[in-house]
Ligand binder design. Structure first.
Ligand code: ARG
Length: 565
């Protein structure tokens, strides 16, 4: 959005400095505060010989101001420029008005396909904070790719295979209950798993039974597979329900169990490349040379492992989807596993190995209910919703006006969880803290929703007085708050681009918080209701645009924007 202004500046500076137009445009930035200028260039970045402060002074003096760039003043090694804010404001607000919900989106990915693999919980084990993070971050990545024109596929790779399913099946014979299974499969299978794991601590033979059962699954025993398939299907039904509360819908439910002959081919390739060593009947992958150890890829009973399945799946996925890129959103606890996996597909010479990317993230400590029990995602969402509902009830007047408090409190609960997760760089560990995340003020999801709802309420309140008019007289938006809002709106397309590049959720979330804070202070100063019509119209267009961008961003991070709370 600033491009036109940057180009105008660069056109003159290239003559004065001898630097290229591109280098100059790159060196121009938006200062943190606009006290001295709307745009500024850092002269040392041009690498022109001479004293930067002196050069800045000379060039600023030689710069001819016009209708677009209205002043040029040097401060130290910088030249600060003022732009024609009216032209700028009109341009930005028109662009938002025109694109609305798609403002900032591009077509850069047109014709390209990406698979984003995320969430991937393990059936019969808790859906823990690590899976929640993968879910939240993965969904944003998926939305970002889509907003950039990619053909994006969201994939859930369930942990639904391996010896632990043998153990689960053995456990179900002893502790299983058909009714409980149907009522809440995830809960019940977890209970069975806990019970049998405890029993197996006393009774080693249960582990042998589990191994034997899993072996029969891998050998294709129909009875064993039928039971397992039921567990899987019932769990998926339940997962879908829970994901729906997070506005997530997976295009594909795959899983470790679904990997097939890709593994056989992968094993053959590994043997051919001389990467396999044998030890006590098991097959190991020799990655010593790369300091990546010797992971087992086949046990001595012939059964496969987690990494074997990932390698096999890589081949099968490429053949099925012919993707240009594949992103695995998996905790940093599996960094070693992912390094081994990525190295291996490179070593066996898969020509598309460079299309794979691991996006990792740190741990969450202490995620539990208020009374301290470890929880499933479902409980987590319920708890968060209940707390939000309590907070909402405290303001009786407002509460009475919310048409569907159940739904709104649920969305606010989700907003709280998602935003707190995205506040810092994803690799950082953090401590989970209910108090910190649920406030309607500060850096929280509810605050973003609250700001969105306030903007909606401005529109509601004046609907009989003025309408959103793209041709409103924006020269009346002279306040500094107005320029701050417009500047932020102008940056949104760049924010989306840099979030897609770094895949760091905090980039977009910090932007949203800044926009919300700026809007909040503007609302105090710049009223719409009962103002003269032309002023009301100009301000309404500005607030409307801010709401459109906030809505756009909320949706991008996976939240349903709330219009009343
Ligand atoms: N189910 C695994 C876990 O919970 C995560 C799967 C990640 N994806 C993969 N392709 N390995 O630890």
């Amino acid at each position: 959005m600033f491009d036109e202004f940057k180009t105008t500046i660069a056109a003159q500076l290239t003559v004065l400095t001898g630097a290229s137009v591109e280098d100059i445009a790159d060196a121009i930035g938006i200062p943190k505060t606009n006290a001295h200028g709307d745009l500024a260039i850092n002269i040392p970045r041009l690498r022109v010989k001479g004293n930067p402060a002196q050069l800045a002074k000379d060039w600023a003096e030689a710069f001819k101001v016009d209708q677009v760039i209205t002043s040029a003043v040097s401060i130290g090694p910088y030249i600060n420029f003022r732009i024609n804010r009216q032209v700028f404001t009109r341009k930005v607000l028109s662009a938002v008005y025109e694109k609305q919900d798609k403002f900032g989106w591009t077509n850069e990915g047109a014709g390209k396909r990406v698979i984003v693999e995320f969430s991937s919980p393990n059936i019969a084990k808790p859906f823990h904070a690590g899976h929640l993070r993968s879910t939240i971050i993965g969904n944003l990545i998926y939305n970002l790719y889509k907003a950039n024109g990619w053909d994006a596929i969201s994939m859930n790779y369930l942990g639904d295979w391996g010896k632990q399913y043998g153990l689960l099946a053995v456990g179900f014979e002893r502790f299983g209950n058909e009714e409980a299974l149907v009522a809440d499969p995830i809960q019940h299978l977890f209970e069975v798993y806990v019970a049998i794991s405890t029993a197996a601590k006393e009774d080693e033979s249960l582990h042998d039974q589990a191994r034997a059962y899993f072996k029969s699954m891998e050998d294709g025993d129909e009875v064993a597979l039928a039971l397992w398939r039921r567990f899987r299907e019932l769990s998926i039904v339940k997962y879908k329900d829970t994901y729906a509360r997070l506005n997530i819908n997976f295009d594909v439910y795959s899983g470790e169990s679904q990997v097939g002959e890709g593994m056989t081919r992968a094993m053959a390739m590994l043997e051919e490349c001389g990467l396999i060593i044998e030890s006590e009947g098991a097959k190991l992958l020799n990655l010593e040379k790369y300091k990546l150890g010797t992971p087992v890829v086949k046990k001595n009973d012939g059964t496969t492992l987690y990494i074997t399945r990932d390698i096999g799946a890589a081949i099968e996925r490429f053949e099925a989807y012919n993707f240009d890129k594949i992103v695995y959103v998996i905790s940093s606890q599996q960094d070693m596993h992912m390094k081994q996996f990525l190295k291996t597909i490179d070593l066996i010479g898969l020509p598309y190995a460079n299309r794979f990317q691991h996006v990792n993230y740190g741990m969450v400590n202490g995620m539990s209910t208020r009374n301290g029990t470890v929880i499933f995602l479902d409980d987590m969402l319920r708890e968060s919703k209940d707390i939000m509902h309590e907070v909402m009830r405290k303001n009786e007047d407002k509460y009475a006006q919310v048409p569907d408090p159940e739904h709104v409190s649920s969305v606010l609960g989700v907003s709280a969880i998602i935003v707190q997760d995205m506040l810092a760089k994803r690799i950082k560990d953090y401590d989970f803290d209910w108090k910190r995340i649920l406030s309607f003020e500060g850096n929280t999801g509810p605050y973003l929703q609250y700001t969105h709802a306030r903007l909606c309420s401005i529109e509601r309140k004046v609907q009989d007085q003025v309408r959103v008019n793209p041709d409103a007289d924006v020269s009346l938006l002279t306040e500094k708050h107005a320029y701050e809002i417009v500047t932020l709106l102008a940056q949104y397309p760049d924010i989306l681009a840099s979030t897609l590049k770094s895949l760091e959720p905090c980039t977009i979330v910090h932007y949203m918080l800044e926009l919300a804070r700026t809007v909040s202070s503007a609302i105090e100063q710049m009223k719409v209701y009962n103002e003269p019509e032309d002023i009301a119209e100009a301000r309404l267009l500005m607030y409307w645009s801010a709401r459109a961008v906030l809505k756009n961003a909320l949706t991008m991070i996976g939240l349903e924007p709330i219009s009343r709370m």
